[in-house]
Unconditional design. Structure first.
Length: 449
């Protein structure tokens, strides 16, 4: 058996059957010029991206919560910084103070909205028998409607259908209760995530920047500052439009003598934070409540909402956002529409709500990143090119001078030292200048013979 066959057999034993067959497969593919390794890597990459996409879609609710918590933490971070700078020097205590203020604001809003609703429901439950009796006797506007449209006769004829309908209504009521419980759990989760992001945010930022070079870290910090200003500008602009909407509703309801005008104005101002659709969502319950007070109040409130929402969406909101966020009004409108559509497709109603809320700051951040990337990759101007050429020329001259200096220093170090020759025993040695070797005539000395 030849030496080459021995090596082949030894290699097969060391790698095993699978390794040997795999080696033959790679060799056969290379002989036929088939990029087998590239094909396998491409298939694995496609499968990995597919599985990653499925995983992200599966965890979309978690990512939505993280996005909302990150957005709120980004907004509250300047408040924490102010408290840390002027009130208390510890980051943890500053976050605690801001968290307590958040809880107080949430509880205040809950009481402001919950108390009138509970009071109204209790009042309706107490007076419901009286309303039914008046309707049967034809008293009041409800009784007149019942007699005019023969509602009582229709109810008596369709009792079984109404009972079935009432049983079917109980199922959506349970679904609403489950949804309310899920909402409370999501709010608690968002609150905890916001606290953790506010506490650990500076450490995460420093850790990420430490992985970059000083120049890259400086550029990333500049871009992050621009994005932060964009988000704060969005919130300021949205706050102004929401306050304007609340003031309009307050004036309308006060003029029409509708109860709870301040409460409804606060509701409209909060819901109007949603761009494009916030005014419409806030106006529906207000119009219905005003219509229950009087028909003309409901119609006037509806007209006011229709006019104001169109004015806000197409005039006021784009103009204010373009001044605060500093992006094009067309980009504001397009970003909201696209984000709301994609958000509702990915996460349903909650996803559409989150996407519509984050559309404008995301558009501002995207514009900042694209502008900075365009600036960093742009070719140098003529002045910058001339300055760079001068710098290169000056650097070359400095390098040449340094090389000449180094060569001169090396020549001095390698120069021949003066030789000492003994003339006669008992006489001091005579120094012979090394310049003789350089071609200078030597001075005549004593006879050495």
């Amino acid at each position: 058996m030849s030496e080459e066959q021995d090596r082949t057999v030894e290699s097969e034993r060391s790698r095993g059957q699978a390794g040997y067959r795999l080696g033959r497969l790679w060799a056969a593919a290379e002989m036929r010029k088939v990029p087998l390794r590239t094909i396998i890597v491409a298939i694995v990459a496609v499968a990995a991206f597919y599985l990653a996409g499925k995983l992200i879609y599966r965890l979309r609710d978690v990512f939505l919560l993280l996005i909302v918590a990150g957005f709120i933490a980004l907004i509250l971070n300047p408040v924490v910084a102010v408290v840390e700078a002027y009130v208390i020097r510890r980051r943890g205590f500053a976050v605690t103070i801001v968290a307590v203020l958040m809880l107080l604001a949430f509880l205040g809003l809950t009481v402001a909205f919950g108390y009138p609703m509970v009071n109204a429901i209790t009042h309706l439950a107490n007076n419901l028998p009286t309303y039914v009796t008046n309707a049967e006797q034809g008293k009041g506007w409800i009784g007149k409607l019942v007699q005019h449209y023969h509602v009582q006769q229709w109810v008596q004829q369709n009792v079984s259908k109404l009972v079935t309908f009432g049983q079917d209504v109980s199922k959506p009521a349970l679904a609403v209760g489950k949804g309310a419980l899920s909402l409370l759990i999501e709010l608690l989760t968002i609150f905890i995530l916001v606290l953790l992001l506010l506490l650990e945010g500076p450490k995460l930022r420093r850790g990420l920047l430490s992985l970059l070079s000083p120049r890259q870290a400086e550029e990333i910090q500049a871009i992050a500052s621009e994005v932060n200003r964009s988000v704060i500008g969005y919130m300021l602009g949205n706050f102004l439009t929401s306050v304007a909407c609340g003031v309009v509703v307050l004036v309308d309801l006060v003029a029409l003598n509708v109860p709870f005008p301040l409460l409804w104005a606060l509701w409209v101002a909060l819901v109007d934070f949603l761009p494009m659709i916030g005014g419409a969502l806030a106006g529906i319950p207000v119009v219905i409540f005003a219509a229950f007070q009087s028909l003309h109040a409901g119609i006037i409130t509806l007209v006011v909402f229709l006019i104001y929402t169109q004015f806000e969406n197409h005039v006021l909101n784009p103009v204010i956002m373009s001044k605060t966020v500093r992006i094009s009004p067309l980009l504001v409108l397009v970003s909201v529409l696209v984000a709301a559509s994609l958000g509702s497709w990915i996460g349903g109603l909650f996803g559409g709500f989150v996407a519509a809320l984050l559309a404008i700051p995301a558009a501002g951040a995207f514009q900042v990143i694209v502008r900075e990337a365009w600036r960093l990759t742009a070719p140098p101007s003529e002045a910058e090119a001339e300055e760079a050429a001068l710098d290169r020329a000056a650097g070359g001259a400095v390098e040449d001078a340094a090389e000449i200096t180094e060569e001169a220093a090396a020549g001095e170090d390698t120069a021949v030292e003066p030789a000492k020759v003994t003339v006669n025993p008992g006489e001091p040695p005579v120094s012979v200048d090394a310049g003789v070797s350089a071609g200078r005539p030597a001075q005549s000395g004593p006879d050495v013979s």
